[in-house]
Structures are given as structure tokens and as C-alpha cells.
Design a protein around this ligand. Structure first.
Ligand SMILES: *[C@@H]1O[C@H](CO)[C@@H](O)[C@H](O)[C@H]1NC(C)=O
Ligand SMILES: *[C@@H]1O[C@H](CO)[C@@H](O)[C@H](O)[C@H]1NC(C)=O
Ligand SMILES: *[C@@H]1O[C@H](CO)[C@@H](O)[C@H](O)[C@H]1NC(C)=O
Ligand SMILES: *[C@@H]1O[C@H](CO)[C@@H](O)[C@H](O)[C@H]1NC(C)=O
Ligand SMILES: [Zn+2]
Ligand SMILES: [Zn+2]
Length: 278
């Protein structure tokens, strides 16, 4: 497996940025795609609550919920399977494992996050402590080619801490990794959800696709009103290299606050070394 991966990652990297002129009114709306969770506050097993199926969809998306009988995804019954999924979520985020949608769980679930699932094939490395939720803020307009440097720095950081090397290419067709800004449904089966909610995603090897949600406010330097391009790039490159989500402190922790910036953690480097048997 190591040598196959090495072959893949000794290839070239293309930073492909789409220049969509949609910045002017990138103001934060008061509604987040995760807003529906607010109305589910307090619900617990045995109840039937309008829109509970949206919680099921949320937990399914992030790897927590599976039903053998798929019809249960569409109903609004808070059953045992859902309770168990909520409890697993709470354990991953170091919340009290009540199995019900208490206030802490709702506010944690509402935080903007990476779109990639926390649990893949039944495995999760997450153990975490809670962090403060920051207030949202408005974005400032910027041009998309500003993203090239932060994304390049993030690849450089991974290269310095691993045996991988990356180089930039203008050859879109033959690139192994493609980075772009996308919005809404954009053809890879994992649509973005407008401001807030999910911020970015990247697929596991050997796919090589990394997308930013273009409807978020993004910044080159840490800015209290925007998400930090380089920090999210470090995280998504981790997925491109095959890492899943990890605990708080690690770059592979799934949620991000406005203005938050961080670098690689020892856990991230250990994770990649373990994955490639280094
Ligand atoms: C799935 O669950 C629904 C509702 O409980 C039930 O009517 C249906 O027969 C079940 N389907 C299967 C295949 O078990
Ligand atoms: C999950 O498991 C399936 C079947 O065992 C396997 O084909 C797939 O590659 C696995 N996915 C990941 C991300 O490990
Ligand atoms: C929003 O951004 C402005 C300008 O950067 C800053 O002065 C203000 O404190 C920020 N507000 C919040 C709630 O972060
Ligand atoms: C990457 O995965 C997505 C989702 O499965 C798919 O739509 C896309 O075509 C894949 N890209 C490549 C280059 O394999
Ligand atoms: Zn992620
Ligand atoms: Zn995408």
C-alpha cells in the first residue's frame, strides 16, 4: 500500500481556482443550514417531532447513523438507533452522553464544520474537549487568486512533515490533485449548503479532489470575520492523504471557528506515519 500511495503522491499538484464573481454580497445570513437543529432542542427517545428526519440526515452524513430499514431515515421517530447515534456523537465531542438533544449537543452540532464524515467504516479516532463558539462576522471581498499562496503553503507544510512532495502545475487534465471553489450542488454527490454549515471537503486517495465552499467568507490572514484558507487547506490535504477526523488540537479535528488558525499537531504527523507504515 505504501508504494502505491507513493506513486500517486509523487505526481503533480494543480491549484485550479474558479473565479466566480459572487463576493459582493457575501454577508452572513442569520440562518445556517444547521439552523433546523435549534428547533429540535430537548427532544429524546420515544418522541415524534417535525423535522427530526433532518437530524437523521445530518447524523448519516457525518457517519453516525445507519438503518438497515431505510424507511426510518425519512420518518420523524426518535428511536433507539437514533439515540445510540446521538450518544456516539456526544462521546466523540466530549459531551455528556445523554442520548438526547440537550443544549450543549445542539450548539455543538450547529458549529460550521468540514463536510467529511467523522466515522468512516465504523472507525473514529476522535476524542475531544469542548471549545468556545465564536460569534459570526461579516466577510470582506477578496479575489480568488489570493487562495493560491495559502493553499501552496499548506501543501508545503505537509511536505516538510512527511515524505510526500507536491509541485504546482497548470496542466489541469494531468494533475492528481485539484483545488477549487464550488457552491451548492456541484457534481460530486456532496453538495455545499451556503454560508455556515459545511465549509469544505476533500476525498480520500486516490481521488485528489479538494473543494472550498465559495459561499463562505474566506481570508488569507486570520480574520475574526472569515475562515482561514490555509488552516482549512491543511485539514483537507489531510483527507487527500488518507487521514480521517481526529481529536481536538489536531488539524484533523472537524470543526472550525471564524478567525481560527492552526497548524499540524503531533497527532496528525503520527497519523500519517501510521497510515503509510513509516
Ligand atoms: C421498514 O419499516 C416500515 C415502518 O416501520 C415497515 O412498514 C416496513 O415493512 C419495513 N420494511 C422492511 C423491509 O422491514
Ligand atoms: C470501507 O470499507 C469498504 C469495504 O470493506 C472498502 O471498500 C472501502 O475502501 C473502505 N473505505 C475506507 C475509506 O476505508
Ligand atoms: C467583526 O469584525 C470587525 C472588523 O474586523 C471587528 O472589529 C469586530 O470585533 C468583529 N466582531 C465579531 C463579533 O467578531
Ligand atoms: C472523486 O470522488 C467524487 C465523489 O465520489 C467523484 O464525483 C469524482 O469524480 C472523483 N474524482 C476523481 C478524480 O476520481
Ligand atoms: Zn474533514
Ligand atoms: Zn465537492
Amino acid at each position: 500500500m505504501g508504494s502505491k500511495a507513493l506513486q500517486f503522491f509523487s505526481f503533480t499538484l494543480l491549484l485550479f481556482f474558479m473565479f466566480q464573481a459572487v463576493f459582493a454580497d457575501l454577508k452572513h445570513k442569520n440562518t445556517s443550514p444547521f439552523q433546523f437543529l435549534r428547533h429540535l432542542h430537548g427532544c429524546h427517545q420515544g418522541e415524534n417531532i417535525k423535522d427530526l428526519h433532518k437530524l437523521k440526515k445530518y447524523l448519516q452524513n457525518f457517519g453516525y447513523l445507519t438503518y438497515k430499514n431505510k424507511t426510518h431515515f425519512d420518518d420523524d421517530d426518535f428511536d433507539e438507533t437514533l439515540e445510540s447515534a446521538v450518544r456516539t456523537y456526544q462521546l466523540n465531542y466530549n459531551l455528556k452522553a445523554s442520548g438526547s438533544l440537550d443544549a450543549n449537543t445542539v450548539s455543538r452540532m450547529m458549529r460550521p464544520r468540514c463536510a467529511v464524515a467523522d466515522i468512516v467504516n465504523g472507525t473514529s479516532r476522535m476524542r475531544s474537549a469542548r471549545t468556545a463558539i465564536r460569534d459570526q462576522n461579516c466577510s470582506t471581498p477578496w479575489t480568488r487568486d489570493d487562495a493560491i499562496n495559502p493553499v501552496s503553503r499548506a501543501f508545503q507544510t505537509w511536505a516538510e512533515n512527511t515524505h510526500f512532495s507536491f509541485s504546482r502545475t497548470e496542466d489541469y487534465v494531468n494533475a492528481d490533485i485539484r483545488v477549487s471553489f464550488e457552491s451548492g450542488e456541484h457534481g460530486d454527490g456532496s453538495s455545499f449548503d451556503g454560508p455556515g454549515g459545511t465549509l469544505a471537503h476533500a476525498f480520500a486517495p486516490i481521488n485528489g479532489t479538494f473543494h472550498y465552499d465559495s459561499e463562505e467568507p474566506w481570508s488569507v490572514m486570520p480574520d475574526p470575520g472569515a475562515y482561514h484558507l490555509e488552516t482549512l487547506a491543511l485539514h483537507e490535504i489531510g483527507h487527500l492523504l488518507g487521514l480521517g477526523h481526529s481529536f481536538q488540537g489536531a488539524i484533523m479535528y472537524p470543526t472550525f471557528s471564524l478567525g481560527e488558525s492552526k497548524g499540524l499537531h503531533g497527532d496528525d504527523i503520527q497519523g500519517i506515519n501510521a497510515l503509510y507504515n513509516l
